[in-house]
Write a protein that binds this ligand. Sequence first.
Ligand SMILES: [Zn+2]
Length: 405
Amino acid sequence: MTIEDLGLEIHFVKENVILAPDSRSSEKFMHGIKVLMAKNYIDNLSEETKKGMREKAEQGTWPSWAPMGYMNVEVDKKKKIVPDPDAAPIVRRMFEWYAAGDCSLEEVRRRAVEAGLIGRRGKAPAKSKIEYALRNVFYTGLFVWNGQVYQGDHEPLVSQDLFRRAQEAFRKDNKPKANDRLSFAYTGLMTCAHCGCAITAEKKKGRYVYYHCTGSRRGCAKPAVREEALESLLGDVVRAVVVGQEVVDWVKAALRESHEEERTFHDGQIEVLQREYVRVQRLIDNAYEDKLEGRISEDLWQRKQREWGAALTDIRGRVENHENASRAYYDEGGRILDLASRAYDLWLQQNAVEKSKLLRVLLSNCTFDGTSLSPTYRKPFCWLVEGQECTNWLRGRGSNPQPSG
Ligand SMILES: [Zn+2]
């Protein structure tokens, strides 16, 4: 991307493509798609991954590391989370101490460490870890994954009632929730149009979420907006990405062609490697005969055999790399397009956490001035947005799409 911004001419040897400021728009578009793919932005949006994780969550299995007081085990080749016989009783006591309301977090921590609680790396857990545990619904048998609450298949350590009393103790301490930042879906996505500071969020009156400029630089008007209003503005930003079926077909055809070119390159490399393989194999055969005939020592034979054996393994690995190299790439390109063409539908169907992921794929930045948003779309999505400078080629392209060469 940096080289591109310098206005230089870039030669992509493997793909047989030259990219220059005056390149055809279609070539620039394809390059944008490839850059996006290389950056793996869409990995966590992958339908298969999401489906797998969701299925696991729905079956009640927390798809990650066991929290404090539990451990990950494997029973009949199935991964499970069970109470840790040493730590679980201590964690239960922690809830009781804190729920009693006369015990600070630091005191809870002190008592827990005294009772023998140790963290994952064998050190005494920090106060923040204790707080995180005391706020984690996991201990009641539930868990939160991707913004949704699931019924876990793990054994609860505390009752709903004890958990609720511990949460009340937090309220009494008037401590703002440490992981609240995580529950604000759209932080870290926007900057203030006036001063350039980050837009962050906070909860007011315990229910309304407001987004506002952090305003650490002086003289900012600190625009603020309710989450509901912001979400509708962000929806417009997503809706602006428009990919007609015609464009999808055209880009897919171009991807296929570009894929074939890359295939040719890899096939050529594989041929070279295969010739090398045969050559090394012949060396081994000859040396073996030399050894049998007593022309070389057993020692030398052993050494050479190890050396050439390693070379053969190396060649096999490289052939495999070439075989796998471009397989995923064509599919990925298609997925990006599908994503773009369904962006607004996806937006409407998803919860805030997923919405925010989608935005992070589409946007590199977005400024907010208190009433409106000015998004900066990532390539190649910027080419698909009406009114953005780089969409001109699409309008001028006519109705009969041609694959790029
Ligand atoms: Zn500001």
